[in-house]
Write a protein that binds this ligand. Sequence first.
Ligand code: GTP
Ligand code: MN
Ligand code: MN
Ligand code: MN
Ligand code: MN
Ligand code: MN
Length: 195
Amino acid sequence: MAERITREDALTREGFKHACHIMLYGDSSAKLFGKIPIKHIVLMQMRFDGLLGFPGGFVNPSKETLEAGLSRELHEEVGVAVSVGVDDHISSCLSQSPSSPRLITHFYIKKMSEPELKEIERAAVTTATDHGLEVMGMVRVPLYFLKNGGGLPYFLSHSFICNSRAQLLSALHHCRLLSQGELEKAVRQAEQMRH
Ligand code: GTP
Ligand code: MN
Ligand code: MN
Ligand code: MN
Ligand code: MN
Ligand code: MN
């Protein structure tokens, strides 16, 4: 588990690297198979290392603000300029991940329109310089439940970078995209299918 700290505290720590990542999401009226409402578009990405994570990356706060650095990373990874503000900041954590010691992870959430999200999906494979290199592609998170764990439970059973799985779950709760009961059910079902 990661330890929460404030944004201000995070910026006073010495000897830490900083990484900023963001959940871009919005409402959608689209229906899977013409009948199952997908309700929301939530974007993550398949990384170069085969792990799922959010778009974003390392930021050096002595050279750029956290939000300017995140915007720069988004331009590299999704191919469009997304303006990110301090108001979009959700949490800062001391990463307890053994693979990334002395790292502070800052998380942001930004709501966008369906056409804006579709434009990001297009640009991510056309203009993004990182496409096919550091980023293998954007993916939408399935938020529904199908038979036998299909949908969110299967998605959660994959492997995630650092604490991005916990960031996803807390963001779905924070934005009220799923109820607490639905989230618990998805986590429980995902646990049962892990090998
Ligand atoms: P380079 O351009 O190669 O330096 O990569 P990057 O700047 O895009 O960095 P990356 O996105 O890999 O993020 C930097 C570090 O943050 C990673 O080494 C992970 O430890 C961690 N990280 C990556 N993605 C996420 C994420 O979605 N959430 C969290 N909490 N941490 C992440
Ligand atoms: Mn089909
Ligand atoms: Mn990057
Ligand atoms: Mn990145
Ligand atoms: Mn980078
Ligand atoms: Mn890079």
